[in-house]
Design a binder for this molecule. Structure first.
Ligand code: FAD
Ligand code: LAC
Ligand code: ZN
Length: 484
């Protein structure tokens, strides 16, 4: 543990940071740093020489310059809602500085004519959504952590969420990006252009780079028209196969109006009730799979009639067993509370195996069946929790340990369970991370799963931009492999 009595070299680094940012923006006491050094799930606790909180892009550059001069690595941090341990350094290991973007939170320019929003990377996603709303538009990225996660973090992780089906990942919603590079220079593509074919699209390198190539300081977000109608249905179905058949038909027959298609395995309902004991399931819990369908459209379309007509067909065909269309926004929010509550409920339950895998759409049902069979055979005391963005082929296949199992024991089993799960994903030629990223939790599985050419190319990018390995070392690429 590094703090508070650090070496003279580290004291000198802290002094330089204090000189550049001022006393209140450099946290060094353990009690001040603590909130930045544990994650939302409680799975990790880290340490840092200091947590620097720059209030301007100039100050971010100063932090990077100072750390480089001292040969100390930087870990960029947004809202610290990431789920793979990427946003702070581990407690054991080399000294590093956390650079938190939370004070860099101005909306720079809301341009209704261009349907774009320029803003500092430290704005929360909710703030970005509110700023879009204020000019009559929407920023459609939507995830449970949106009140706390930052748009810089969304860019760095290429966040997904519940509206990917219609609007894509963060990658598809970013028109421009500004970043402080490891050498302290500022790179920017903040022109707000929808079409721009001048050379490599370098902003895409930073999107999903998890803080390993630079610190994102600004973004130009692509906004969309605000829908006049948002209709939400909660559907009970007999199997994942039927859910996926409904998903395919919804896309084909509702002309891309579907903004969300989420599945909830019925076994997840008790967890949602841990958060709100009064949550009532809109359809019978005897259906093994529940589906949330959201349809959004402009005022010249009758979204309600479209959704009700579609659901009537699904019921008539026997693909859906029961369906309820929300009659008010309040009722729609109660449907979504089940989906959001189960995530919070898992965290309250304590340690659990968490995954965010993806397979081809046609393989979702077979993958879920294979993963359930693996869990039942090898880990019968663990309880699967299957839910997620099925419309995108992205499943959260999670497992809860038996109640009372000590955390360290559960974690040790958890590592083996994850290996087994990832082997199934690989057998389907899927991805071990569809949205949360690699962080520090999955570096080995990620790196070992790459082919030699992929590894070489990935490392070439890292070394070209960050030759001294100053940006978030140990995240994404295993430490020894960064320059080797
Ligand atoms: P942090 O956690 O602070 O950082 C994440 C990574 O990005 C780290 O590697 C960090 O170094 C890097 N980073 C952060 N900011 C910057 C920056 N400005 N410049 C460079 N690097 C940076 N994720 C999904 O994709 N879909 C979901 O549906 C979803 N739901 C969630 C629900 C809950 C309840 C929670 C707690 C998390 C959820 N997440 C989800 C995960 C998380 O919210 C996202 O990954 C989010 O994009 C992280 O943003 P953040 O600002 O909190 O980043
Ligand atoms: C979700 C997060 C955990 O979909 O990715 O709820
Ligand atoms: Zn998700």
């Amino acid at each position: 543990v590094l703090s508070p009595a650090a070496s003279p070299a580290l004291e000198s680094l802290r002094a330089d940071l204090l000189g550049a940012l001022g006393q209140s923006a450099v946290l060094v006491r353990p009690e001040d740093k603590a909130g930045f050094l544990t994650d939302w799930s409680g799975d990790w606790t880290g340490d840092a020489v200091a947590v620097a909180r720059p209030g301007s892009v100039r100050e971010v550059r100063a932090c990077v310059d100072i750390c480089r001069r001292h040969g100390i690595a930087v870990v960029p941090q947004g809202g610290n809602t990431g789920l793979v341990g990427g946003a702070f350094p581990p407690a054991s290991g080399k000294a590093m500085v956390v650079v938190s973007l939370s004070r860099l939170d101005a909306v720079r320019r809301a341009d209704a004519a261009n349907a774009t929003l320029d803003l500092d990377a430290g704005c929360t996603l909710q703030k970005a959504k509110d700023a879009a709303d204020a000019i009559g538009l929407q920023f459609p990225l939507a995830l449970g952590a949106q009140g706390s996660c930052q748009v810089g973090g969304n860019a760095a992780t290429n966040a997904g969420g519940v509206n990917v089906l219609r609007f894509g990942m963060a990658r598809d919603l970013i028109l421009g990006l500004e970043a402080v590079l490891p050498d302290g220079s500022l790179w920017s593509s903040m022109r707000g252009l929808r079409k721009d074919n001048r050379g490599y699209d370098l902003k895409q390198l930073f999107i999903g780079s998890e803080g390993t190539l630079g610190i994102v300081t600004g973004l130009c977000l692509k906004l969309h028209p605000k829908p006049a109608t948002v209709e939400t249905a909660y559907v009970g179905v007999g199997s994942v196969e039927d859910a996926m058949a409904i998903s395919a038909l919804a896309r084909a027959e509702l002309s891309e109006l579907v903004t969300a298609f989420e599945i909830i395995g019925t076994e997840c309902l008790p967890l949602a009730r841990l958060v709100d004991a009064d949550l009532a399931s809109p359809v019978s819990p005897t259906f093994p799979v529940h589906v949330l369908i959201e349809l959004s459209c402009g005022r010249r379309l009758d979204g309600r009639a479209l959704l009700e007509g579609f659901l009537a067909d699904m019921l008539a065909q026997g693909l859906a067993g029961d369906a309820v269309v929300a009659q008010s926004q309040a009722q729609a929010r109660r449907f979504w509370a089940i989906r959001e509550g189960l995530v919070e409920g898992q965290a309250r339950r304590g340690y659990h195996v968490r995954s965010d895998v993806s397979v081809r759409l046609g393989d979702v049902a077979a993958f879920v069946a294979a993963a359930r069979a693996f869990a039942a055979r090898d880990w019968p005391d663990w309880t699967p929790q299957v839910y997620g963005h099925a419309g995108d082929g992205n499943i959260h296949f999670n497992l809860l340990p038996p109640t009372g199992m000590p955390r360290h024991e559960a974690q040790a089993h958890g590592r083996r369970i994850t290996e087994g799960l990832f082997a199934i994903v690989e057998a389907f030629r899927g991805s071990i991370s569809a949205e949360h990223g690699i962080g520090r939790a999955r570096t080995d599985a990620f790196w070992n799963g790459l082919g030699a050419v992929e590894r070489k190319t990935m490392r070439a990018v890292k070394v070209a931009l960050d030759p001294l390995a100053l940006m978030n070392p140990g995240c994404l690429i295993p430490l020894a492999k960064e320059s080797a």
